[in-house]
Design a protein around this ligand. Structure first.
Ligand code: NAD
Ligand code: G6P
Ligand code: MN
Length: 436
């Protein structure tokens, strides 16, 4: 049977993953699920692991659920390795958000200074996992969810050399659902094409008759009305995009584009949260404690509704879906972070892009996108250059490159403040940055 290993098994999202496997039990001949964590997350692993066992039992399945802190042994003969770890846990995310904001600069877990620091902490760990996989499970697929998912996936493929890597995110799933709702057409009758990089992608949509419906979705969501524009994500404030700009783009932006296209309003809102002591990580810490209180209940054997308070809801579903699709050669259409290889002609061949395509038993086959219009091409090239610089800095512990990435990142103002934030964050996170 299949052996699926999850690194960061103590995550509060684990019940979603288990639910996803249970739903797909006919497609997934699982024999063992291994949840791996570290000492700092052991209490979480124990609680959520017991919950996972109850869920499997309640479903009448005989899957073995193993909990361990020994990553290397856990990886032995794995078929799929999924990653959902957070180096430094939520306390590190609090710093990623609050330090930049204390300088009046956007602080966010996957964007700006916070996103770059999450990459600095995470990339050495993903490369360490790959080192273990080389000896323990050389044929396994690596399904990465760990943020910043685009940079982590690029590091795994390009620098770790692990070609059998797929990177996933729940944002495209939400956008598909929202477009289907706005057009009042079932999602399965629409054709979507996404392209860009993780948390910085755009998409277009067509109907069964072959008509492009992108403009209608743009109008339905972004045309000014008395109501707020919707952000389907729990973690992103509903700042408004300029309707005129989105019309000119002729593509739908993703939720995270708000940090760039509506930077002033997002910053204002973030500073308000900062002043109240309620940045996203601080709010999520409370949600997380409530979730773990629920998970402790020995009677609870299903995913509680409360988990939908997390921004990543549906994300584990994507992980289970891609595993089922690879395992059974389902050719399922998905949006995946993958090696570019010319899919987006504006970006290097060896970088990661997040694009639509089909999942086969030999991996992800992206649909060709070609080139972007100038207003998207310029920013995506600059964002990718920033990401490549961050990845190099993360691997080499290179201060000069880290500063260079800070200066290039559009959410960090250049000059003195960039260096001040960098230095303060390097110090605050030093326990998780041995390479610097
Ligand atoms: P979390 O804070 O609960 O962390 C998950 C677990 O990782 C913790 O139990 C922690 O102890 C463990 N961990 C930390 N360092 C580790 C290491 N070196 N090896 C193994 N385990 C380690 O995090 P969460 O909120 O559940 O999110 C988990 C990760 O998934 C984050 O990186 C988050 O950004 C990401 N995420 C991504 C998406 C997506 O769309 N791609 C959606 C949701 C979450
Ligand atoms: C979205 C993103 C994820 C991110 C999550 C944060 O779903 O796609 O990449 O991890 O939001 O949610 P949280 O509840 O942790 O703020
Ligand atoms: Mn994501």
């Amino acid at each position: 049977g299949l052996k699926i290993v999850t690194i960061g098994g103590g995550s509060s999202y684990t019940p979603e993953l288990i639910e996803g496997y249970i739903k797909r039990q006919d497609l997934l001949p699982i024999s063992e699920i291994v949840l791996v964590d570290i000492e700092a997350g052991k209490h979480k692993l124990d609680i959520v692991g017991a919950m996972a066992r109850r869920m499997v039992k309640a479903a009448g399945l005989d899957w073995k659920v193993t909990l361990t802190l020994d990553r290397k042994s856990a990886l032995k003969d794995a078929d799929f390795v999924t990653t959902q770890f957070r180096v430094g846990l939520l306390d590190a995310r609090v710093k990623d958000e609050r330090i930049p904001l204390s300088h009046g600069v956007l602080g966010q877990e996957t964007n700006g200074a916070g996103g770059m620091f999450k990459a600095f902490r995470t990339i050495p760990v993903i490369l360490g996992i790959i080192e273990d996989m080389k000896t323990q499970c050389p044929d396994a697929w690596l399904v990465n969810f760990t943020n910043p998912a685009g940079m982590v996936t690029e590091a795994a493929i390009k620098h770790g050399g692990w070609k059998k890597t797929v990177g996933l995110c729940n944002v495209p799933i939400g956008h598909r659902k929202m477009a289907a709702e706005k057009l009042d057409i079932p999602e399965k009758d629409l054709f979507f094409k996404f392209a860009g990089i993780n948390h910085f992608h755009w998409h277009r949509v067509w109907d069964k008759q072959g008509l492009e419906r992108t403009h209608e979705v743009i109008d339905a969501i972004y045309k000014p009305t008395d109501e707020d524009q919707e952000s389907h994500l729990k973690n992103i404030h509903n700042a408004s995009f300029h309707y005129e700009q989105i019309r000119a783009l002729e593509m739908l932006p993703c939720g995270y584009h708000r940090y760039y296209y509506a930077e002033d309003e997002m910053l204002k809102h973030s500073i308000e949260e900062f002043e109240k002591g309620e940045t996203r990580a601080q709010v999520v810490k409370k949600t997380e404690s409530r979730l773990f209180e629920l998970y402790k209940d020995p009677e609870l054997d299903y995913k509680p509704e409360e988990l939908s308070q997390r921004g990543g809801t549906h994300y584990s579903d994507a992980a289970c879906e891609i595993i089922a699709a690879i395992q059974n050669d389902l050719r399922t259409e998905m949006v995946v972070s993958t090696e570019n290889n010319g899919t987006v002609t504006d970006l290097p061949y060896d970088c990661a892009v997040e694009v639509s395509g089909v999942v086969t038993s030999h991996g992800f086959e992206p649909y060709n996108w070609g080139t972007f219009t100038p207003e998207a091409r310029g920013v995506i090239q600059s964002m990718k250059g920033m990401e490549e610089t961050v990845i190099r800095a993360a691997i080499d512990g290179d201060y000069n490159r880290a500063l260079s990435a800070f200066i290039v990142n559009p959410l960090v103002p250049g000059g003195v403040v960039a260096k001040d934030i960098l230095d303060q964050m390097l110090y605050a996170h030093k326990d998780h940055l041995p390479q610097f």
